[in-house]
Ligand binder design. Structure first.
Ligand code: AMP
Ligand code: GLY
Length: 429
C-alpha cells in the first residue's frame, strides 16, 4: 500500500520510519518532509497552513492512507475534507481536534464529563480579570485559548503578573494574535507524563508513556521550548495506573466526544500531572507529541503502528493488541543556536552516518534540509537522536555518544535528559 504522511519534523520522520518498516507498505510519501525523511520517503512540497494546497497534494497522490502529523492541518479541517472525498485518513475531524485547538472547549468538556483537572476560570476581557483572579492563589497558570505552538502557557508567580500576562494575551501583545479568551488555572505540582491513546471513536488502545523536557536549560530552567528531549520507560506508568487512566480518563473522553456528536478518531495525547490528589489532566493534544513520538515508536514492534492506524480509521481497534519492547528509549534534541528564539540556520551537519552506527541509535531529523547533496540545519530543533538499550542509563549513554559525533555551528543540547528517572532509579538501588 501507499501511505502519505503530512508534516516535516522529527515526529513525522519517526512516523515515516515506523510506517516504512511495515511489510505491507510499498511506498511512503511525505509532504513536505525534510532532509532526513527524504532517505525513506519521496518528499513533495506543500504549504501546511493552506487547506487547498494540502488537499491538492493528497488528491494528486491518491494514497491508500493519509496520516496527519501536526495540529494546524487538523485545525483547518483536512480530515473532514478528505473523508468527504471518500479517502482514508488517520486523524481527528476539526470539531474533535477542538480538544487541542481551544483550551476553553477542552476545560469545559473536562468539567461536563467530570474528568480530573485543575480549577479554572475563563475570561473574555481585561475587565473580568480582577474578579476572577480573586479566587486564585499564586502561582497561577495563564493559558491562551487558541493554538500557540507551545508558547501559550505562562506560569505566573503573582496575581499582578497573571493579570498583566492575561491582558497581553487578550490584546495580542504576547502571541501576535489577540485571544478572544484566556484560561486562568490553579497550579498543579507533581510529575508530568505524556500518555497517548489510539481511538477509533469508540475504543481506546493505550501507548506506552513518555516524559518530555520542555525547558531549554539543564535542570528544567529557562524558556519553554517545543521539547528538548523525552524518554519512555515502563517505570513511568504502572499497569494498574494505566488501567485506571483508561477507565477514568481516556474512555470517558472518547465516550463524551461521541455523545457530543464529534467522535474522536486518531491519537489523543493526554498531558497528565501526577499530583498528590491523583492524576489530573493538564491538556489534550489531538496528534502525536514531538519529541515523545521519537522515543515511543522505537519501542513498538514492526508493523504495529500501521495496523493500529488502520484499525483507528476502520473502527476495529478492539481487535488490535500492541506489542512493546521492554527496553527504555531516550531522545535528545539537538537545537540551533538562538532557539527557542530566532534560530541560526543553513549550517552543514556532519557526523550523521557515524552517529547512526552507534548501537541502538536512530537519528531522526526535525529541522534539516538537503542542499547541494549536503544536510544543513533548517530550523530551531534540528535533530532528535534516539537510543534504545537494556537500561535507561545505557540508552542515555548511547544517545550522547552518538551526539558527540555530530557537528554543526552552534549545536546545543541538554545533557540531562531523563534526569528525574535516573535519579529515582539511583535512589532505589
Ligand atoms: P500545555 O500547553 O497546556 O501543555 O502547557 C504547557 C506546560 O505548562 C505543561 O506541559 C506543564 O508543564 C505546564 N502546565 C500547564 N498547566 C499547568 C498547571 N495547571 N499546573 C502546572 N503546570 C502546568
Ligand atoms: N511535546 C509536547 C507536544 O508535542 O505538544
Amino acid at each position: 500500500m501507499k501511505v502519505l504522511v503530512i508534516g516535516g519534523g522529527g515526529r513525522e520522520h519517526a512516523l515515516v520510519w515506523a510506517i516504512a518498516r511495515s511489510p505491507r507498505v510499498q511506498e511512503v510519501v511525505c509532504a513536505p518532509g525534510n532532509g532526513g525523511i527524504a532517505a525513506l520517503a519521496r518528499c513533495v512540497p506543500v504549504n501546511q497552513q493552506d487547506l487547498d494546497d494540502l488537499i491538492r497534494v493528497v488528491v494528486s497522490e491518491q494514497p491508500d492512507l493519509t496520516v496527519v502529523g501536526p495540529e494546524v492541518p487538523l485545525s483547518l479541517g483536512l480530515v473532514d475534507e478528505l473523508t468527504r472525498r471518500g479517502m482514508r485518513v488517520f486523524g481527528p475531524t476539526r470539531r474533535a481536534a477542538m480538544l487541542e485547538t481551544s483550551k476553553v472547549f477542552a476545560k469545559e468538556f473536562m468539567q461536563r464529563h467530570h474528568l480530573p483537572t485543575a480549577h479554572y476560570a475563563v475570561c473574555g476581557s481585561a475587565e473580568e480579570l480582577p474578579a476572577a483572579l480573586a479566587h486564585f492563589h499564586a502561582p497561577i497558570v495563564v493559558k491562551a485559548d487558541g493554538l500557540a505552538a507551545g508558547k501559550g502557557v505562562v506560569i505566573c508567580q503573582s496575581k499582578q503578573e497573571a493579570e498583566a500576562v492575561a491582558k497581553q494575551m487578550l490584546t495580542g501583545q504576547l502571541l501576535g494574535e489577540a485571544q478572544h479568551q484566556v484560561v486562568l488555572e490553579e497550579f498543579l505540582a507533581g510529575d508530568e507524563i505524556s500518555w497517548l491513546v489510539f481511538s477509533d471513536g469508540a475504543h481506546v488502545l493505550p501507548l506506552v508513556a513518555a516524559q518530555d523536557h520542555k525547558r531549554i536549560g539543564e535542570g528544567d530552567t529557562g524558556l519553554n521550548t517545543g521539547g528538548m528531549g523525552a524518554y519512555s520507560t515502563d517505570t513511568l506508568l504502572a499497569p494498574e495506573m494505566r488501567d485506571w487512566l483508561v477507565h477514568h480518563i481516556a474512555q470517558p473522553v472518547i465516550d463524551g466526544m461521541a455523545a457530543e456528536g464529534a467522535p474522536f478518531r486518531g491519537v489523543l495525547y493526554c498531558g497528565l500531572m501526577m499530583t498528590a490528589r491523583g492524576p489530573m489532566l493538564l491538556e489534550f493534544n489531538t496528534r502525536f507529541g514531538d519529541p515523545e513520538t521519537e522515543a515511543i515508536l522505537p519501542r513498538l514492534h514492526d508493523g504495529a503502528l500501521l495496523q493500529a492506524m488502520e484499525a483507528a480509521v476502520d473502527g476495529t481497534l478492539d481487535q488490535v493488541q500492541l506489542q512493546w519492547r521492554g527496553e527504555p528509549a531516550v531522545t535528545v534534541i539537538a537545537a540551533s543556536q538562538g532557539y527557542p528564539g530566532a534560530a541560526q540556520t543553513g549550517h552543514e551537519i556532519t557526523g550523521l552516518e557515524e552517529a547512526a552506527q552507534t548501537e541502538g541509535v536512530t537519528v531522526f531529523h526535525a529541522g534539516t534540509a538537503l542542499h547541494d547533496g549536503k544536510i544543513v540545519t533548517a530550523g530551531g530543533r534540528v535533530l532528535a537522536v534516539t537510543a534504545i538499550a537494556e537500561t535507561l542509563q545505557s540508552a542515555c549513554d548511547q544517545a550522547y555518544a552518538a551526539l558527540d559525533k555530530i557537528h554543526f555551528d552552534g549545536i546545543y543540547f541538554r545533557r540531562d535528559i531523563a534526569h528525574r528517572a535516573l535519579k529515582k532509579s539511583k535512589e532505589k538501588a
